[in-house]
Design a protein around this ligand. Structure first.
Ligand code: PMP
Length: 361
């Protein structure tokens, strides 16, 4: 078997153990004579997977009793709309910190539904940094404050989360959920498309404060209401059973590796290695992101010319590494090094970067 070193931003590489388990269990899953994707979502066998995945998520994040895990559909993009529909009261508004493409899309949806306000932005600096709390112009009556914890395209990441007192804090953690331990209970809502750090596409994980749901608007269509999915533990309608099964496999792998402390150690070592290569070779590789805002999930860099960037990506592919092209909106190169990316893959990339600079510098 030959596995590619996969640096795609999402869908992204998954732990081999989670894939192997699925491979073995597809023809005959736990003696049922069928696969999990052929089984009723009302069966007791599926129940164990569904609640098992929720419990593992709650355990890894050390959630308190007022926080619940939901498995929804429609991607993180549907959360952009669901959040304001449910939580901006009539005549109210919500604050958004704009740190790039995905934050801007979230804000756009809030503006369609109600009054979404941009409370801060790093657009003036090309989104190369996370604006510190001191720069935020918050409205004390905002229904919530929304942040994007990791900016997949721009390669920036929050390294501290703000304490906003009684104002509910909401985060899109699509590209860094579970990358390290953090206080998930401080958030009123967290959402994440699974396809980067926790599984395949098709399921969106939502962590929600149950007491906040009680304050939600009640004129929301049934399927778009958090209260529907909360009351039925995400079994109101048919959930994406196979995707949830894969999330369960990935979360078991995270736990076996040593949980979020172990993830953080791995992820810091991987990110530090790539940023280290850039500081060794500053005339060849340039990271546009301010050091204090650099992401440990999506590492971005430029080469001296677009021609060299193309050559870099092509030669890396020939050497067994895919997905290193930067997002089409920003260009350059990007290595997405989520939890499942092994240190060995990043060491291989780092060596390739040094060799490429020697040959082309
Ligand atoms: N938020 C962030 C931070 C993302 O990186 C992405 C996808 N790349 C999205 C939201 C959109 O997610 P989805 O495709 O699941 O709607």
């Amino acid at each position: 078997m030959s596995r590619t070193w996969n640096f795609y931003a999402g869908p992204a590489t998954l732990p081999l153990a989670a894939l192997e388990r699925a491979k073995n269990e597809i023809p005959d899953w736990e003696g049922t004579g069928m696969s999990v994707m052929e089984t009723s979502h009302r069966s007791k066998e599926y129940d164990a997977v569904h609640y098992g995945a929720m419990d593992l998520m709650a355990e890894l994040l050390e959630l308190d009793d007022d926080h619940q895990v939901l498995f929804l559909q429609g991607g993180a993009s549907t959360q952009f709309a669901m959040l304001p529909m449910n939580f901006i009261p009539p005549g109210g508004s919500a604050d958004y910190v704009n740190t790039g493409t995905w934050s801007a899309k979230a804000l756009k949806e809030a503006k369609i539904i109600a009054n979404g306000r941009e409370a801060a932005s790093s657009e003036g600096d090309g989104f190369t940094r996370i604006p510190p709390l001191g720069e935020w112009n918050l409205d004390p009556s905002a229904a919530y404050v929304h942040i994007t914890s990791n900016n997949t395209i721009k390669g920036t990441q929050y390294h501290d989360f703000p304490d906003l007192g009684d104002t509910p804090l909401v985060a899109d953690m699509s590209s860094d959920i579970l990358w390290r331990p953090f206080d998930a209970n401080a958030f009123s809502l967290i959402y994440a498309g699974a396809q980067k750090n926790i599984g395949p596409s098709g399921v969106t994980v939502v962590i929600i404060r149950k007491s906040w749901i009680e304050q939600a608007n009640d004129n929301v269509p049934t399927m778009l209401s958090y209260s529907t999915h909360s009351a039925k533990d995400s079994l109101f309608n048919t959930p994406p059973t196979f995707a949830i099964y894969m999330v369960r496999n990935v979360l078991e792998w995270v736990k076996e590796q040593g949980g979020l402390d172990a993830m953080e150690r791995r992820n810091r070592a991987k990110g530090d290695l790539l940023y280290g290569v850039m500081s060794e070779l500053p005339d060849f590789y340039r990271c546009p992101v301010e050091p204090a805002s650099r992401s440990y999930m999506n590492v971005v860099w430029r080469l001296p010319s677009e021609e060299l960037e193309k050559k870099f990506v092509a030669e890396a592919l020939a050497a067994g590494m895919c997905g290193l092209k930067g997002h089409r909106s920003v260009g350059g190169c990007r290595a997405s090094i989520y939890n499942a990316m092994e240190m060995e893959g990043v060491e291989y990339l780092a060596e390739f970067m040094r060799k490429f600079a020697r040959e082309n510098g």
